[in-house]
Design a binder for this molecule. Sequence first.
Ligand code: 5RP
Length: 264
Amino acid sequence: MDWGMENRLARLIQSDGHCMFLPIDHGYFQGPTSRLEKPGDTIRPLVSMADGLFVTRGVLRACVDSRKSPPVILRVSGGTSIIGKDLSHESLITSIREAIRLNVAAVGISIFVGSEYEYDSLLNLGKLVDECEDYGIPVMAVTAVGKELEKRDARYLALSCRIAAEFGAKVVKTYWCENFDKVTNGCPVPVVIAGGPKCETEREVFEFVHDGMQKGAIGVNLGRNIWQHEYPVAMMKALRAIIHKKATVQDAQEIFGKEKAKKN
Ligand code: 5RP
């Protein structure tokens, strides 16, 4: 691997081989979604604990301090909205030139395997990887399911992750599911776990992140289950302990409890 590519990946994936990415890109199709109405305010208490920030260029420029930003994974696909016809109909919306100008550590793009626009989204990925390889920029592929949340099973996610890796993604982001080792075992590049809609309890989040890490994930790209939680800092600290300090679910629950108590 070329020095530049290696250096960018090392900025994101820490020396223990693990990572905790904080996504705040949801507005690119959801608009000012709950607790992300003012992205700058949402991330202010969290940003120093993130190993990477997944964000669009618009929010990066408007809401993130260039002097205090963690390494950036720039979302470069889009073109649809939650009120539009089909969330899978995306194109590349940001150039490599812009990614370089913003000094990003990686770029991120969604693929929609099995959707009407499967072919287009996979060609977008191939084109992006080709361009990024020229400049040593890693591509993170997001195995998106649009509104079809029921697609989140091991068979489907293993298929999507493997295809993303075959197309040259350096990291693949996918949902946690039962038998998550089927997903990681079939994917020759590192896998990070996305959270999906907010869970009922923090314990559920600790459980699926812990299980995913035991079954081969290198970390998370977790948004709503952190910043839509009433205690986002406590969530962040507890999850960091699972990812970087081998904490158990019970350890994480205790860290969460202590941090929550500090706030009261
Ligand atoms: C949205 C994304 C998000 O980065 C991804 O879904 C992770 O966030 P969350 O944990 O809230 O699901 O790609 O398009």
